[in-house]
Design a protein around this ligand. Structure first.
Ligand code: ATP
Length: 571
């Protein structure tokens, strides 16, 4: 396929808003690809040249891209900026100004050039990137130029999520979009869409046999919630309860030599924990994949400190001083792979046995604290103990449960304390729109329209308007900085809303919100019609708590969970 043809497909997909229509268009595109083009085309659809966990970014700001386009066209940069303001974005300027070319570059050649551009780093790379991009644009026709620029500046916004790509892949390669779960399993185990495409090309057999691999992040298993000890015992029976530590979840991969650490949202955060990795290297020699909660402790008292402290390690240059000031200890709660053997399908009790045989108790890491629970009294007593030592509560786990990558289910149940008069848990929601403020807030955002993510439909469903809990700094500085680049004229394709905010956003920013109650609402689309015909669910008295950069929009709270929280209110 030529990149020109690929770009025509992208334009067609972008013009659609219906999900089924998008899937149909994607599968038409897929059907035209040669086998060797598949993995790369799938990556390009996500606006990347490598899976996200590899962290390979283009590093081309819009300003640089404009310089490259000016070079390619032999035009004055200032003049181009005038056009950018008229047409809305640089891509559109390329589309208007570049001359038509016959034929067109092969898709694979453009991919290779984009990849070279992304990989070019170090001294002088900025200038080289600009030249490479200018060369590529010189041979591009209008539509090609538009999408090349959108891809390299991180602005390809087709409105297709991974779930939709997987479904279209199922349609094109396995003949039925209902076979998405087969592909989803492979994706949950490897987090690598291009690799899943390669497997799917080989057929269902290859997909069914995929296993976890050291170096490729496993999408994390998540917990459901229940209101109290009675409900938990009723659901799980006798089970294993563990302290629920309040730090950062880390998935550590070790191949005998090299380490990879992945965050909850599958970002490579290896550089954040050099001290922990040193401690692990000293004790654990065989290849493994484990999961732990990394918690900062007070070096003077040994006391565990809350989640916010881990954020001090999320800086570009982690200095030895910072590491010393914020030491971490890891509480290991999963062993997913050991020495050539994947353990994820073993029952929890067996995984735990192996974990405890493998992971010793040391100064910088140890197995999570656990207790075998058979009664409500024992569970409550252990819960109180957890709060007393400063943990958030408990994680209750079914003894026969396997590790379900990428799924939230009742094999794990979280048991947290509900603060008086509030919902049992907070929600992580995606900002999809906003209204301008008045009075003290005029000139900035007054309240935000936020949404839950429905993975089955790959869509964002609105659940409330949040206006309280923001500091002056949030309102004056942080929110405009973070939201302005996401603004768009109409609702983003995957957003389903009945309200009309003043501005719409690309669904990117995830915030944690607490609320007093959940009610039925004709204005919100979350779980629409699920509890009552013609009504969605809405949060009352919501309050902003913090930014959740550790979560991708697709990891936001689901409508399913909102329904659960709604029902939990009367327990
Ligand atoms: P979630 O991760 O479920 O989407 P969240 O990030 O808001 O939601 P909670 O739902 O409150 O966090 O709790 C789940 C998290 O608790 C896990 O992702 C993990 O980081 C943490 N955790 C702490 N201790 C444990 C443990 N013993 N077992 C499993 N997870 C634990």
């Amino acid at each position: 396929m030529t990149f020109k043809r690929f770009a025509e497909h992208l334009a067609g997909i972008e013009a659609e808003s219906g999900r089924l229509e998008i899937i149909r268009r994607l599968s038409v595109l897929f059907a035209e690809l040669a086998p060797e083009e598949w993995p790369k085309a799938v990556l390009l659809l996500t606006g990347r040249v490598a899976p996200e966990f590899e962290g390979l970014e283009f590093g081309v700001a819009e300003k640089e891209a404009a310089k490259a386009l000016a070079m390619a066209l032999g035009r004055d940069e200032a003049e181009l900026w005038k056009e950018v303001r008229e047409l809305g974005d640089l891509g559109r300027v390329a589309e208007t100004e570049l001359p038509e070319h016959e034929g067109g570059l092969p898709l694979l050649a453009v991919y290779d050039q984009l990849r070279d551009l992304a990989e070019d780093a170090g001294p002088g790379s900025q200038l080289r990137k600009r030249e490479r991009l200018a060369d590529l644009l010189k041979s591009a026709s209008p539509l090609e130029g538009l999408y090349i620029l959108r891809i390299v500046t991180g602005r390809l916004r087709l409105g297709v999520g991974e779930a939709t790509i997987l479904e279209a892949m199922a349609q094109a390669l396995l003949g039925d979009r209902k076979k998405r779960p087969l592909l989803e399993r492979a994706y949950n185990l490897t987090s690598d869409l291009a690799y899943v495409a390669e497997l799917a090309l080989k057929g269902e057999e290859a997909l069914a046999h995929v296993q976890v691999q050291v170096g490729k992040p496993i999408r994390m298993m998540l917990a459901e919630r229940l209101p109290d000890a009675e409900a938990i015992l009723k659901k799980l029976g006798p089970h294993l309860a563990e302290y629920k530590y309040d730090g950062e979840r880390v998935q550590v991969h070790f191949d005998g030599e090299r380490f990879w650490v992945y965050s909850r949202r599958i970002e490579n955060i290896t550089h954040q924990y050099p001290d922990l990795l040193e401690a692990l290297r000293a004790h654990l020699k065989r290849p493994y994949i484990l999961e732990a909660e990394a918690v900062v402790y007070d070096p003077d008292t040994g006391e565990l400190l809350p989640f916010q402290y881990v954020l001090n390690r999320k800086v570009k240059h982690l200095t030895p001083e910072l590491i010393e000031r914020y030491p971490v200890k890891a509480f290991v709660f999963e062993l997913l792979y050991l020495d050539g053997e994947a353990l994820i399908d073993l029952p929890l009790t067996e995984r735990r046995k192996r974990l405890e045989a493998f992971v010793p108790k040391t100064e910088r890491f140890e197995p999570s604290e656990r207790r075998w629970i058979e009664s409500v009294e024992a569970l409550d007593a252990f819960f109180d103990l957890a709060l007393e030592v400063g943990d958030e509560g408990l994680m209750c786990k079914r003894p026969d449960g396997n590790y379900e990558a990428g799924k939230r289910g009742f094999k794990w149940v979280k048991y947290k304390r509900a603060a008086g008069g509030r919902l049992a848990d907070t929600l992580d929601l995606v900002v999809v729109g906003a209204w301008w403020g008045r009075g003290r807030r005029s000139g900035t955002y007054g309240s935000l329209l936020v949404a839950a993510y429905n993975p089955a439909e790959d869509r964002f469903e609105t659940v409330t308007k949040v206006g309280s809990g923001f500091t002056d700094e949030d309102l004056q500085k942080v929110l405009p900085e973070r939201l302005d680049p996401l603004r768009r004229g109409e609702p983003a394709p995957r957003v389903w809303a009945l309200l009309e905010p003043d501005v719409w956003f690309e669904p990117r920013l995830v915030i944690e919100v607490e609320a007093q109650e959940i009610t039925l609402s004709p204005n919100h689309t979350c779980a629409y019609g699920r509890v009552k015909e013609g009504r969605g669910l809405a949060l009352r008295f919501p309050r902003f708590l913090r930014y959740r950069d550790d979560k991708s929009p697709e990891e936001a709270t689901t409508p399913e969970e909102v329904v659960e929280l709604y029902r939990l209110q009367w327990k």
